[in-house]
Design a protein around this ligand. Structure first.
Ligand SMILES: Cc1cc2nc3c(=O)[nH]c(=O)nc-3n(C[C@H](O)[C@H](O)[C@H](O)COP(=O)(O)O)c2cc1C
Length: 195
């Protein structure tokens, strides 16, 4: 009789346990896999003094994208960047419509991405000529392009539209100008323009 009572207690405990935590375990096991990012994002930047680059890297992090820096074959020296000197390299380049500074190397795998952020500093109200070198060499067809720039105070103006003119294809969204230290909310607002 004692034995029968013991078996009865064990069976009751097992029965109760079946109704307690086990369903929770099942729930965890059945959790859906993490969502895949909506877009394959590439953030391309030219940055002479690091301002645009740091923003580009933040956008890459926030979008789960890849960051790529456009580098000139011949790096810019401080003297080259002296925009108060009409004979500095940057001043001469920006006055020359045909100028296309050489790239250090060509990007590999550009076709793998469907959203491209194009970042650059404003030089004399425009994108630096090296951005044209880059834009002319890529096929943007089927991609969404989001331009952003940094500047002392100048707006983005027609700089992104002028880049679009030399590029092959792509759906170019309205570009945005940032100061040196935009907030995450400002960057997110740009990211949200991509549907
Ligand atoms: C050659 C040159 C030209 C520039 N022209 C302008 C300009 O027309 N308007 C402006 O607001 N800032 C101008 N700037 C300032 C840069 O746009 C600004 O400092 C930018 O944030 C630098 O970005 P970076 O650090 O990524 O190179 C110029 C800077 C340089 C070096």
């Amino acid at each position: 009789m004692k034995k029968f009572g013991f078996v009865l207690i064990v069976l009751s405990v097992l029965f109760l346990c079946a109704g307690c935590d086990i369903p929770n375990l099942k729930k965890e096991a059945a959790a859906p896999p993490p969502e895949k990012p909506k877009h394959n994002v590439l953030v391309v930047c030219f940055s002479a003094t690091g301002t645009t680059k740091s923003i580009g890297k933040r956008i890459a992090k926030m979008t789960g994208g890849t960051f790529y820096e456009i580098r000139p074959a011949k790096p810019y020296t401080t003297a080259d960047l002296d925009w108060h000197n009409p004979n500095s390299r940057s001043s001469r380049e920006m006055k020359d419509e045909q100028c296309r500074p050489d790239l250090e190397s060509d990007i590999i795998g550009f076709s793998d991405y469907d959203v491209i952020y194009m970042g650059y500093p404003i030089w004399w109200g425009e994108a630096p000529k090296i951005m044209y070198t880059f834009a002319e060499r890529q096929k943007f067809t089927g991609k969404t392009v989001v331009s952003f720039c940094t500047s002392g105070s100048s707006p983005i103006g027609d700089s992104a539209k002028n880049l679009e003119k030399v590029a092959i294809g792509g759906m170019w969204l309205e570009g945005v100008r940032f100061g040196a230290h935009p907030t995450d909310a400002e960057l997110q607002a740009l990211i949200n323009t991509v549907k």
